[in-house]
Design a protein. Structure first.
Length: 278
């Protein structure tokens, strides 16, 4: 099974820019490349922060752009999102029975679980999993077929990444999440949003993956208390789940520079990178 991850689309109402960038144009560029190159994906998932201010007009614009994607789409909540306007536009958004945007999907290759870590009441941008959401997750893990991997998706990392400004607004109650892992089983991989940077590693032995946003990025800065923005290129991820491996490619979908053959002598001897374009 293959699928694509997009994250932190941060849509605004049509006609507006965010940090000088057009979130809709950026996502449309990703949609174009995904349709062209990945006709075989089972789904595309957006791991939260769908809209920057959570207005209906922004979700409507997201729906328009996402409507161009050939593959099915899974939408998740981030700290910038609001459930009511999201549901006003996406009437078929996931609902775990308690109003949270959470889901379980069983595929041949893997069980895909999405959690809603948004804490709309607190407005601190940190994440939280209340008892109702954790109970849903507990059930999802308990019922996941043991013969295939569990892929867990949630917006907020449950651990420190070393970026002080974002560690302050990570998941507030990681131990409650970990307790469910301990009681049922550990997911085989955790996919996260929120950080707008490419980071990979393990949390207590469980591998995780974080990727760039489609709109604005967070700069590499292990010191500042404020969140530093940057204009680094956006990525999407292409994930393939095989019997013995989960492989994740990150693709800078806006790159339009030259591609050349590494074994080509003329390319090796190019007097400048500009010469490669010819
Ligand atoms: Fe974000």
């Amino acid at each position: 099974m293959k699928f694509v991850i997009l994250t932190d689309t941060h849509f605004v109402e049509p006609g507006r820019l965010l940090y000088g960038l057009d979130p809709a144009a950026r996502l449309a560029a990703a949609v174009h490349v995904i349709n062209r190159d990945h006709a075989d994906i089972a789904f595309a998932i957006v791991t939260g922060d769908l809209a920057h201010w959570g207005e209906i007009a922004a979700y409507a614009e997201l729906k328009r752009v996402m409507g161009g994607l050939a593959a099915p789409v899974i939408l998740m909540m981030g700290n910038h999102d609001r459930r009511e306007p999201l549901r006003a536009v996406f009437a078929d958004a996931d609902d775990d029975g308690n109003g949270y945007v959470q889901s379980v999907r069983r595929f041949e290759a893997a069980t895909v679980i999405t959690l809603d870590t948004a804490d709309e009441e607190s407005r601190t941008h940190a994440g939280f999993l209340c008892p109702a959401r954790l109970a849903f997750f507990d059930r999802a893990l308990a019922e996941a077929p043991p013969d295939r991997p569990v892929l867990l998706f949630q917006h907020h990392p449950p651990f420190d990444t070393g970026l002080p400004h974002l560690d302050r607004i990570r998941l507030r109650n990681p131990e409650a999440l970990w307790a469910v892992f301990e009681r049922r089983r550990r997911p085989d991989h955790i996919f996260l949003g929120h950080v707008h940077r490419p980071i990979a590693g393990t949390w207590r032995g469980v591998p995780f993956h974080i990727q760039r946003a489609t709109n604005h990025q967070v700069a590499f800065d292990l010191v500042s208390e404020e969140i530093p923005g940057s204009l680094e290129m956006p990525d999407y991820s292409l994930v393939s789940v095989a019997k013995d491996a989960i492989v994740i490619h990150q693709r800078p979908f806006l790159y339009d520079g030259p591609v050349y053959w590494l074994h080509d002598k003329a390319a090796q001897d190019a007097p400048s990178t500009a010469a490669l374009a010819g």
